[in-house]
Write a protein of this length. Structure first.
Length: 461
């Protein structure tokens, strides 16, 4: 299995599992090359935004082991565990606990631990394990020079000189290396060996966007809860406005005097930060709350936010705002995922030129200001066979039990399959015709040369 990513107008392998690497595949291969190596390769689209969100979540999780956790590229974390390993029973016990907890979540970790950041990076990616204190040079000696995070051209240059291992590079006189490569090779080596500092820049997780209201006296009326919620919304929306953010999902937590409580989630159809628009959307969930002997604390948190630029007063976005509020109100009853709309897709295959997606999945793409598209029927449906013969529109044919006579036809328009798409490999050529019948039907028909036959896929109104 592999993940693919479009780069420079070509689909390339982005990440592979162990079986794909064993088959000879490597990241950066184009999709046709990968198919040649492994015809039964399973492909999925890479989601870089989701990868980053997962890495951010792992960064927060890793702070259970030490306070200094930073990002190391797009696929790694670096932890400064100075003084923290003893709390976990030692370095080996800490790494074992990390891997065991990650395995429970379905993740596998490659870990390296050493006196220096560079040595730990090299071990994690080339020889997972622990370097004994003061033994970073010995642990790095058998590793390839690529473990120093050098550019590929410098790695190639060192290999041409016979310097394939870090131990060989460390034993080479420095003056010739400096004249040939400059500090670009020596500095990474010195950082890995501890001769130059390489500190960890810890990044604290962002503070949650949440506000709390503690009440002096318990409340139980719906009007009182809504009044408290209004105060919370004003404070929360002020925080969102200061950061140019809008809430897509909110959670209202209510705590009763008997320490029981409940949470009322609310998903929004679009980013919002207007208290007057959000408050009525909570009315229905609040009405169903069992207040018991009273509610003494309320907490409102924006658990999902998105960028939201300031809007000009009187802009055309007002109509879209009302539509978003309507979708949210309906979605709170039947679920936002049950409200769907059509989204245009970048494909010339008729049945793949659109997709049915949740209406709250995001704004529809802007239309092409000067579209150059062939004429398409307003009604499109799966291909339906007709009784006809020949490669040109037949004079008479039968469709849906109706006998039809061709009055005029225009075409053909040939549409070829998308050979790069896994689900389109078995489909052949199609020659499309616009056929107007004497009975008033205006049909969009196609003929398949490889398997002679006629089909109707749409109807012009």
């Amino acid at each position: 299995m592999a993940l693919i990513l479009r780069q420079n107008n070509a689909q390339r392998l982005y990440a592979l599992n162990a079986e794909a690497e064993t088959a000879g595949l490597r990241p950066g291969m184009t999709l046709p090359e990968a198919r040649a190596y492994c015809p039964d390769l399973i492909l999925r689209d890479a989601d870089l935004a989701a990868d980053r969100r997962l890495l951010v979540a792992l960064q927060r999780w890793s702070m259970r082991y030490c306070p200094w956790v930073g990002f190391d590229g797009d696929d790694g974390l670096v932890l400064d565990i100075t003084g923290s390993a003893g709390l976990a029973g030692g370095e080996a016990a800490m790494l074992a606990d990390m891997q065991a907890r990650a395995a429970q979540a379905g993740l596998s970790l490659r870990t390296g631990l050493a006196d220096t950041r560079g040595a730990a990076w090299a071990l994690a990616r080339f020889a997972p394990g622990i370097a004994a204190p003061g033994q970073a040079a010995q642990a790095l000696a058998p590793l390839p020079v690529a473990a120093l995070r050098l550019p590929s051209d410098q790695v190639t240059g060192l290999q041409r000189l016979g310097l394939r291992r870090i131990g060989d590079l460390a034993a080479t006189p420095r003056a010739p290396l400096a004249r040939r490569f400059g500090r670009a090779v020596l500095d990474p080596l010195d950082r890995a060996l501890g001769h130059l500092p390489d500190p960890v820049s810890g990044q604290a997780p962002p503070a949650p966007l949440a506000v709390r209201l503690t009440l002096p006296e318990p409340i139980g009326l719906v009007a009182d809860v809504m009044a408290g919620l209004e105060r919370l919304l004003e404070r929360l929306c002020a925080l969102l406005r200061a950061r140019d953010l809008g809430a897509r999902a909110l959670v209202l937590g209510l705590r009763r005097v008997d320490r029981a409580g409940c949470e009322l989630p609310l998903r929004l159809a679009a980013p919002m930060r207007d208290p007057a628009r959000i408050l009525p959307l909570f009315a229905r969930p609040v009405e169903g709350v069992d207040a018991g002997f009273g509610i003494d604390q309320m907490r409102l948190e924006a658990v999902r936010v998105e960028p939201l630029a300031p809007l000009q007063i009187g802009s055309s976005a007002a109509g879209a705002d009302r539509l978003d509020a309507l979708l949210t109100r309906i979605g709170s009853r039947i679920g936002l995922d049950n409200i769907r709309r059509f989204r245009p897709m970048d494909s010339h295959i008729p049945e793949k030129s659109f997709a049915l997606v949740p209406a709250a999945s995001g704004p529809a793409p802007a239309p092409d200001p000067a579209p150059i598209r062939p004429d398409r029927p307003l009604t499109l449906f799966p291909p339906e066979p007709v009784t006809a013969r020949g490669s040109t529109p037949p004079a008479r044919f039968r469709w849906r039990g109706m006998a039809l006579v061709t009055a005029r036809a225009s075409g053909p328009e040939r549409i070829a399959p998308e050979w790069w798409a896994e689900d389109d490999l078995g489909r052949g050529l199609r020659d499309y015709w616009k056929v107007e019948t004497r009975q008033g039907r205006r049909l969009w028909m196609f003929h398949t040369p490889q398997r002679p036959g006629w089909f109707v896929q749409g109807e012009f109104l």
